[in-house]
Design a protein around this ligand. Structure first.
Ligand SMILES: NC(=O)c1ccc[n+]([C@@H]2O[C@H](COP(=O)([O-])OP(=O)(O)OC[C@H]3O[C@@H](n4cnc5c(N)ncnc54)[C@H](O)[C@@H]3O)[C@@H](O)[C@H]2O)c1
Length: 336
């Protein structure tokens, strides 16, 4: 895998396994063509949001042969998202992972809209809008009245409870409400967590698992507990590394190197935190702490202070490392 692809992968949100997965990825395995594995009810896919995640989800759905409609709040944002999809597909074509015809066919299956009405006949709607409970509930309430009875509602949320969103919809829809948690970048990352609530209909859940496979992903089954599987295990590890730093167990560089070289992790916890965004990490930790009331999910004081001071990681130029002078060779910050 080329170095620039590794770099894209290394920017994976909340997934320490990004580069580990990448070692197993074969370009030809990433995409498509496997759509005809077995007949299923899902033919038309709706995607809400065409940001980082929504555009990736729309791309894999269209690549897998589904007619895919994407909703954004403005035409400009649709154009921006579709430009990203075009670029990504061009890169796959360049690598020989897809043919130029496949690229053209994939783009032909995609359409953009600013209206909810175009989702009426979707078999599944995957929501990847901003991580805001009220906005998500408002959107689901509106869609519930527009989509056909059979439409499955799926959220890509990282931290909000599926149950809390599902209760914005009718009792019938609640049985057809699941989580589909993809990882960034969606076209490359093989995992999808398929999340069921205590009301999810068994047949709907199995259909969602099959759908995940048809997208070329490896679905894992998870219950509706905040953080699902990956963040449940990853977030306490990242928070613990900050506590270790606070307690003087090791320096930023030594803790990062220890986990890289001693455990074979593709990157250390501080490098990962800076990629994910420390504000995002803090936000998720708060939600998880509120849910479980366990110390291991509590954001350490240093993390809170870094976020208050605007040290969000790579995106703000400084986090555990300073990226402002030489982003490729960041220097550790003096924090404790
Ligand atoms: N960023 C990640 O790495 C990542 C990974 C896994 C899951 N998630 C989850 O995916 C979701 C989206 O995250 P993102 O990083 O793509 O965010 P993003 O900010 O890149 O994109 C969100 C998009 O949703 C649009 N939007 C807002 N309200 C809308 C509405 N009502 N209808 C349609 N579009 C609307 C916004 O204009 C924006 O373009 C969040 O729930 C997040 O928790 C993110």
């Amino acid at each position: 895998m080329a170095e620039d692809d590794r770099e894209v992968l290394s920017q994976c949100y909340g997934c320490v396994n990004a580069l580990t997965f990448s070692r197993e990825l074969q370009w030809n395995d990433i995409l498509v063509g496997r759509g005809a594995r077995r007949e299923m009810g899902i033919k038309k896919v709706g995607v809400l949001g065409c940001g980082l995640m929504g555009s990736g989800i729309a791309q894999v759905a269209a690549s897998a042969g589904f007619e895919t409609v994407v909703r954004e709040v403005s035409e400009d944002l649709i154009q921006k998202g579709f430009a990203g999809i075009g670029k990504s597909l061009a890169k796959f074509a360049e690598k020989g992972a897809i043919s130029p015809e496949q690229k053209t066919e994939t783009l032909a299956r995609l359409s953009g809209t600013t209206s909810f009405a175009d989702f009426a006949d979707c078999d599944i709607v995957i929501e990847a809008i901003i991580e805001n409970l009220e906005e998500k509930r408002r959107t689901y309430r509106e869609l519930d009245g527009i989509c056909k009875r059979e439409t499955i509602f799926a959220s890509n949320t990282s931290s909000i409870s599926i149950t809390e969103m599902m209760t914005a919809t009718s009792a019938e829809r609640q049985k057809r409400f699941i989580g589909l948690h993809f990882f960034n970048p969606v076209p490359l990352m093989k995992l999808v967590e398929v999340v069921r609530t205590i009301l999810t209909d068994e047949a709907v859940y199995e259909e969602a698992i099959e759908f995940g496979k048809r997208l070329g992903k490896v679905p894992v089954r998870a219950g509706d507990k905040t953080g699902f599987i990956v963040n449940r295990l990853l977030v306490p590890y990242m928070l613990d590394s900050i506590r270790a730093l606070e307690e003087g167990v090791g320096s930023i560089v030594d803790i990062d190197n220890a986990m890289k070289l001693g455990c074979g992790h593709p990157m250390g916890p501080f490098t990962l935190g800076d990629f994910v965004g420390l504000d995002t990490t803090y936000y998720i930790a708060e939600i998880m702490f509120n849910e479980f009331r366990e110390k291991r999910f509590a954001p350490p004081p240093l993390l809170k202070r870094m976020v208050l001071a605007g040290l969000y990681g790579r995106k703000s130029g400084r986090g555990f490392y300073d990226y402002t002078k030489d982003p490729k060779n960041p220097t550790p910050m003096n924090l404790v």
